[in-house]
Design a protein around this ligand. Structure first.
Ligand code: FSO
Ligand code: SF4
Length: 554
């Protein structure tokens, strides 16, 4: 196995990356190898999707399948070998289908079908033993002794960035948002990455293209969410237990939350959000459900404790899942869509009765905790509505600086940087949050500036789109470049969604972003230097030193 896609990857002087029998996340070598083989097969599908498009053939089912199956290979998404193998076999079927359509179209047009690269030619093994024997051809660093480490780093930056974009494509697709042009571009990049390039310039340009593509995808997702559920509005949310039977919904997929809420009406079950589902509580469409009672718990890395203590059923609609056997709740957690854990019940379709039955059979909370309330819901519209007041306060000098502290959480001790940073920001500054990293400090009291809360939660990690819109709006009002705004971006990265959000920001020309707690292990010192020279991208240092620079830079 070789996997180096997340922040917790194994780092040793001899070489970085999880490469022994098991990754830090618990992913076994066989699962990792099968995931690489799946990616290889998906790249082969994309090769034919590109060829088919040249002949005017577009298959929307396959366009949606490829990013969805790719999503299953992100960190903490799917640990179930059988499911990964099933995706690979489905990819083989789709590839054959596209190949047949392409070749038939060539015959009809009187042209010779083009030769396809090796990545589109593999005859996939029929069982696990055969597939594992094939895995070495798909190993991401298989030619590490032949290529420069910077090239390897750039390839991985592109592949992992595209994974993040694929995840957002699937989130958008669930909400009915697809775009044939976006899918076409996605296939082109997927196909390009299937023939490992040694051209640094081309790889760098591709990384920026992935960032641009993801900007369009985040706009699609924003449209999907707001068209389906309305625009988030500032909302006070309880974060404590409420007496009664209970279901906890985690992950990013609000369509699942809606189905669960509809199917639990009148059943005497309280529904709670968890992790990245917290922002759902701010959408108007969910406010009609009085049994959606609040948020329980915090970010993904605490789930083994929080799910173990939750006396009801748990649904993981997307990342991040970790071993449910540790907290002994594997019999009451359910996975959806691309998520998988061996032995855990996986639900397809729209029927959640298994979850409801489980929740009814469990005790639920026997007590009410004293409520603790937080305010959320400052996505695009709410931010824009607040923008005139914000502008006034900037003009009067009451607001001097904006901090965007976004991204993921994790359990490393040095992530306390983000709590310390938030606590140390000056009282005349606003803090925007997004992603699950906010749980480090979102229950603290930050006060307000002339009625504007100092802590404004924009939403999930994909709601970076809303934050970008606010920055663009402010730069228009103040007639300056985004980089001239008194705005500092600090990203706590963990996995591939954060990588693609970073690529999007860089591709939009946003400079001086800080990332932490540690740099991606696949970025070599050379690449980090290039990104610093070109974009001012740098790693977090100490809160004190960073704050000084951030406030001066403005
Ligand atoms: Fe967190 Fe996990 Fe949203 Fe990520 S739940 S870590 S960036 O998958 O998706 O913020
Ligand atoms: Fe290691 Fe992260 Fe890959 Fe898991 S996802 S194997 S922890 S690099």
């Amino acid at each position: 196995m070789f996997c180096i896609q997340c922040e917790q990857t194994i780092r040793t002087p001899a070489g970085n990356g999880c490469s022994y029998s098991q990754g830090m996340c618990g992913k076994l070598a066989a699962t990792s190898d099968l995931q690489d083989l799946l990616i290889y097969m998906l790249q082969g599908v994309s090769v034919y999707a590109v060829k088919a498009r040249e002949m005017g053939i577009v298959d929307t089912e396959i366009d949606s399948f490829v990013p969805k199956a790719f999503f299953s290979t992100l960190t903490n998404v799917n640990f179930d070998d059988d499911r990964i193998m099933a995706y690979a076999h489905q990819a083989a079927k789709y590839r054959a289908q596209l190949k047949a359509s392409y070749e038939a179209a060539c015959v009809q047009a009187g042209v010779t079908a083009e030769q396809v690269p090796e990545v589109a030619q593999l005859v996939l093994g029929t069982n696990k033993i055969e597939m594992l024997a094939q895995a070495p051809i798909a190993l991401l660093n298989k030619d590490k002794h032949e290529v420069h480490e910077d090239i390897m780093g750039l390839r991985l930056l592109c592949l992992y960035g595209l994974k993040g974009a694929a995840a957002y494509m699937e989130h958008a697709h669930v909400l009915g948002q697809t775009d044939a042009e976006v899918a076409g571009r996605f296939h082109e990049i997927m196909s390009f990455l299937g023939e490992p390039s040694v051209d640094a310039d081309k790889l760098f340009t591709t990384a920026m293209d992935i960032g641009q593509l993801n900007y369009r995808i985040m706009a699609m997702l924003d449209a999907g969410e707001t068209q389906a559920f309305g625009h988030p509005e500032p909302t006070v949310v309880n974060t404590k237990a409420v007496k009664g039977k209970a279901i906890l919904v985690s992950g990013h997929d609000m369509k699942d939350l809606e189905l669960i809420l509809e199917q639990t009406v009148g059943k005497g079950i309280n529904v709670f959000t968890h992790g990245e589902m917290l922002p759902a509580l701010a959408y108007p469409a969910f406010k009609k459900y009085s049994h959606l009672v609040g948020n329980y718990g915090s970010a993904w890395q605490n789930q083994q404790k929080e799910f173990a203590n939750f006396p009801g059923a748990v649904v993981m609609t997307s990342n991040c899942i970790i071993d449910p056997n540790v907290g002994s709740y594997s019999d009451r957690i359910f996975t959806r869509s691309i998520v998988g854990w061996p032995g855990v019940i996986h639900l397809e379709g729209d029927d959640f009765s298994a979850v409801i039955d489980k929740a009814l059979a469990l005790d639920g909370f026997s007590y009410d905790e004293i409520p603790h309330q937080i305010t959320i819901g400052f996505a695009r519209n709410a931010l824009m509505a607040a923008a005139p007041a914000v502008v006034e306060n900037v003009k009067s000098g009451a607001i001097k600086h904006f901090f965007l502290v976004g991204g993921c959480d994790g359990d490393k001790a040095d992530r306390s940087y983000f709590t310390d940073l938030a606590k140390s920001t000056p009282k005349d500054s606003l803090i925007l949050t997004l992603g699950c990293g906010k749980y480090k400090f979102n229950k603290l009291e930050f006060g307000d500036i002339n009625g504007i809360p100092r802590l404004l939660d924009v939403g999930q990690c994909n709601d970076a789109y809303s934050a970008i819109q606010l920055a663009i709006a402010l730069s228009e009002v103040f007639e300056c470049d985004i980089n001239e705004l008194p705005l500092s971006l600090v990203l706590s990265w963990f996995e591939q969604k954060a990588i693609v959000v970073l690529l999007t920001l860089l591709s939009l020309g946003v400079k001086n972003i800080r990332t932490g707690p540690t740099p991606p292990a696949f970025l070599t010192a050379n690449l980090a230097k290039i990104l610093e020279d070109k974009f001012g991208l740098r790693n977090t240092t100490t809160v004190e030193a960073d704050l000084k620079t951030m406030l001066n830079v403005a």
